[in-house]
Design a protein around this ligand. Structure first.
Ligand code: TYD
Length: 132
């Protein structure tokens, strides 16, 4: 499955809205881990790597930021500013998160446990592995 924007359910209510993620309904992978990124200082970027095996879904639970993906050839930019959208990122996709608004909260649903060995942090090496 390619990188794609996934629209999650949204239950509108005068008491407030509710959204959710179900592994079998909304994700093309099984959930092994959830982590979140917050208190990002203005102008900072996160990511700057690819994963050999890990697939992820990134949701802007609060605030806004951009998810910039690169498959070795083309760049794809997803601007997230609603908590009912998620960006699905397949394995072997370079990613950066940038343009974080104040108090933004990124939650990342992940298909693997954390492993330093799954990271590719050199873009040229990444392109080589992609055959680009
Ligand atoms: P890193 O993946 O480099 O952050 P980014 O989201 O910007 O790509 O992770 C930052 C640090 O946190 C690094 O030292 C590894 C640690 N870390 C964990 O221990 N567990 C995790 O699940 C993640 C994502 C990171």
């Amino acid at each position: 499955m390619d990188a794609t924007l996934i629209t999650l359910p949204k239950h509108h209510d005068i008491r407030g809205n509710l959204s959710f993620i179900e592994e079998d309904t909304h994700l093309p992978f099984d959930i092994k881990r959830v982590y979140w990124i917050y208190d990002v200082p203005g102008g900072e970027k996160r990511g700057g790597h690819a994963f050999k095996e890990t697939e992820e879904l990134i949701v802007a639970l609060s605030g806004s930021f951009d998810v910039v993906l690169n498959d070795g050839t083309r760049e794809y930019r997803f601007s997230l500013n609603r908590s009912y959208y998620g960006v699905y990122i397949p394995k072997m996709m370079w990613r950066e998160l940038e343009n974080f608004s104040t108090n933004s909260l990124a939650v990342i649903i992940s298909s693997t446990d954390y492993s330093v060995n799954d990271y590719i942090r050199d873009f040229e090496k990444f392109k080589g592995l992609k055959g680009c």
